[in-house]
Design a binder for this molecule. Structure first.
Ligand code: C2E
Ligand code: CA
Ligand code: CA
Length: 246
């Protein structure tokens, strides 16, 4: 893959935005979705792991993320049922002083309220330049966007991040969810994370739920929201609309 190919892919609309639904663990109602990018390269669906790291290196990720937000907003504008949508924020954005303005312009263009957009940042992105991240967090919060910490618990300083940055939503990484039905220590850890999140008034989302047992356990310990193959795979926006918003 080279720069030209990926640029052309975006131009030719081969880059697709998928949505993976999120459900309230108690009521099992749809409460949101995460946008995830795909590259439809002929018959092949290229996963983000095969091109996002390259795009992060070149900086082209900023164009991809902008395209994702724009596509999401375009669709949200038509929805009668308002649900929040999460977008992944590359670390690259933290170093772009105009990024917050771009976010605001995009949602304004489509008449979307900021509270319906959740900006997912990973701990590694934040830790890389904590001052830039703090500044970005203050600005997006002032505009009303929600901030989520993605892959919580996988880095070296997840807890230190929580102290320094105001986070609305904690996305508990799949690696914790995987362990939850077998491992006693794993259970204690995830229970503690959820209880802490509650005290800090953060919403908890468990990622990568694949079994009923995991879902049930997470419900008993008070996790708020579930996302994973057990419920639904990421899907094309049109299919998401058909299945959940019709
Ligand atoms: P992520 O943000 O942690 O996204 C969650 C990943 O877990 C997604 O993979 C999703 O398809 C997958 N997943 C969801 N439920 C399950 C499950 O039950 N089991 C398993 N095994 N996997 C599950 P995906 O779509 O391949 O995305 C991988 C990563 O690529 C994302 O991780 C995110 O870091 C990055 N990414 C995806 N789309 C974008 C984007 O638009 N912008 C940026 N900057 N990064 C993106
Ligand atoms: Ca994410
Ligand atoms: Ca994640």
């Amino acid at each position: 893959m080279n720069q030209k190919e990926i640029e052309q892919a975006l131009e030719n609309k081969e880059i697709k935005v998928y949505l993976q639904p999120q459900f309230d663990l108690n009521s099992e109602k749809l409460v949101g979705a995460e946008s995830l990018v795909r590259w439809q390269r002929g018959a092949i669906m290229v996963p983000p792991s095969s091109f996002i790291p390259f795009c992060e290196q070149t900086g082209f990720i900023t164009q991809i993320d902008q395209y994702v937000l724009e596509t999401v907003c375009q669709h949200m504008q038509k929805w009668k049922q308002k649900i929040p949508i999460a977008v992944n924020e590359s670390r690259r954005h933290l170093y772009n002083p105009h990024h917050v303005e771009e976010l605001e312009q995009t949602i304004r263009k489509y008449g979307i309220e900021a509270k319906y957009i959740e900006l997912e940042m990973t701990e590694t992105a934040i830790v890389h330049d904590i001052e830039a991240a703090k500044e970005a967090e203050r600005k997006v919060h002032a505009l009303g966007f929600k901030v989520a910490m993605d892959d919580f618990g996988t880095g070296y300083s997840s807890f230190s991040m929580l102290r320094q940055i105001e986070i609305d939503i904690l996305k508990i990484d799949k690696s914790f969810v995987d362990e939850v039905t077998q491992d006693k220590r794993g259970k204690i850890i995830i229970e503690t994370i959820i209880s802490m999140a509650k005290k800090l008034k953060m919403t908890t989302i468990a990622e990568g739920i694949e079994t009923k047992e995991q879902a049930e356990y997470l419900k008993t310990i008070g996790c708020d929201i579930a996302q994973g193959y057990y419920y639904a795979l990421p899907m094309a926006i049109e299919e998401f609309e058909r299945r959940y918003l019709a």
